[in-house]
Design a binder for this molecule. Structure first.
Ligand SMILES: [Zn+2]
Length: 433
């Protein structure tokens, strides 16, 4: 029992779902406004009412929106969270009595003095300045300042004392999506509250933001990007050109309060990793090494040979079908046209199968040739003699490297011994497992 259908569902789709659940479970729905009463079985009206109510709640939403418009034009702040540095009382903004207005001023000054969004944020975090979400009392508010937060403050027009409303609105009652309106649709009321920033300073900052907005150079990917992590906080490491190496990503973003530097020079790391790989291989018992690879090679060849066997069987099948068709044609069970078409299609299939079969045979020959015992020894020597750590070698062998606080790496190899060496070996045949 509901007061009216709109209490059950705000849109038609949901109304129908409720209706179906009710029907399937022998539940009656009665609305007190008399619109729906499934006991009297007028549930066929359900759809119409659902649609009506949806339209009605759209109208209500529009009425609320226009009420907001009127409210803003009277100088009331309509959003529930005031800008950092202000508090909200009865729809009006007032300067807070703590140091947050000064923090806002400081952010503007520092930006004008040439500091970037991230640098300003880092310093605020280091000093333990409460963040906007902390001041707003949000649940799980982070104590970290982000460059984007600083930027939002620098671009907030309320700091000059103007009320700017209607910067975004919801699209419809059934969607939470907000749409941003263009600047000339904003409602601006001048001097509705005490300014924190002068108009001149605000304007200067806006121009500076525009002029500093440059196209970021395509983030250069470095050899160890995506593979290198901080051993303490787990954050990915960032490459720093001026340090010729990597540092902890959270240290880079938020400074020493968040984590330590964990610096590792790229050249150093390359040497360490390459030596470690070589060490691992040289320590391998020769006989064991060869045996594991032989086993891998054998499994691979077996698989390929099994495929070849199946292809051969299929080809034999097709040939038998051709013979059958010929008999039918001779006995005049099928006409020449059908016979020709069947033969040409079957020949095509046989040709395709033969090609694949031959390819498999080549791969088997290649592997057998490449994996002769002598060559395996050579290959091992080749790996040991590698001079440069290439991305290919790195990614083949290593899954993850963690850098400890003292800058020493902890290496996680990608595979168990045998598969690593096999996958390195299969570079030549392009037939990896
Ligand atoms: Zn870290």
């Amino acid at each position: 029992m509901a007061k009216e259908l709109s209490r059950l569902a705000r849109n038609g789709e949901l109304s129908y779902q409720i209706k179906n659940i009710a029907q399937a479970n022998n539940i009656h729905i009665i609305t007190l406004d008399g619109a729906i009463n499934t006991v009297d079985s007028n549930s066929n009206m359900f759809g119409i009412y659902a649609w009506l109510y949806e339209t009605e709640s759209q109208n209500t939403s529009r009425r609320i929106k226009s009420a907001i418009k009127i409210k803003s034009s009277k100088g009331y702040f309509t959003s529930s969270i005031p800008p950092y540095g202000y508090y909200l009382e009865k729809g009006k903004l007032y300067k807070r009595n703590d140091n947050t207005p000064e923090i806002v001023q400081r952010i503007f000054k520092e930006y004008l003095s040439g500091k970037g969004f991230d640098a300003i944020a880092k310093k605020l975090y280091e000093e333990g300045i409460p963040t906007p979400s902390q001041i707003a009392g949000k649940a799980n508010a982070s104590d970290k300042w982000h460059g984007s937060t600083v930027r939002a403050i620098l671009e907030n027009p309320h700091y000059v004392g103007d009320l700017v409303q209607g910067r975004s609105e919801t699209v419809s009652v059934t969607s939470k999506k907000r749409k941003y309106k263009s600047e000339n649709e904003f409602i601006i009321l001048k001097n509705t509250h005490e300014p924190i920033i002068s108009r001149e300073e605000f304007l200067a900052v806006q121009q500076l933001i525009k002029s500093r907005r440059r196209i970021r150079p395509q983030q250069q990917t470095h050899l160890f990007t995506n593979i290198l992590f901080c051993a303490d906080c787990g954050h990915g490491m960032h490459y720093k050109k001026n340090r010729k190496g990597y540092i902890c990503g959270s240290y880079n973003k938020h400074g020493s309060k968040a984590c330590n530097e964990h610096l590792i020079k790229e050249d150093e790391l390359k040497t360490i990793i390459l030596n470690d790989i070589k060490n691992l291989i040289s320590k391998l018992d020769n006989e064991k090494f060869i045996k594991t690879i032989e086993a891998k090679v054998k499994t691979n060849i077996d698989k390929l040979e099994k495929q070849i066997k199946n292809y051969k069987k299929e080809i034999e099948n097709l040939k038998a079908q051709k013979r059958k068709a010929l008999n039918k044609f001779i006995n005049e069970e099928i006409n020449k046209e059908d016979y020709d078409m069947f033969i040409s299609e079957t020949n095509k299939k046989i040709n395709n199968l033969t090609t694949v079969l031959e390819k498999n045979q080549t791969i088997i020959n290649d592997i057998s040739k490449n994996f002769s015992l002598k060559d395996l020894d050579n290959l091992k020597n080749m790996i040991i003699n590698i001079k440069e750590l290439t991305p290919d070698i790195l990614n083949r062998f290593i899954e993850r490297i963690e850098i400890k606080a003292d800058g020493t790496p902890k290496i996680f190899y990608r595979f168990s011994g045998a598969s690593v060496y096999f996958s390195a070996l299969s570079i030549n045949t392009q037939h990896s497992t």
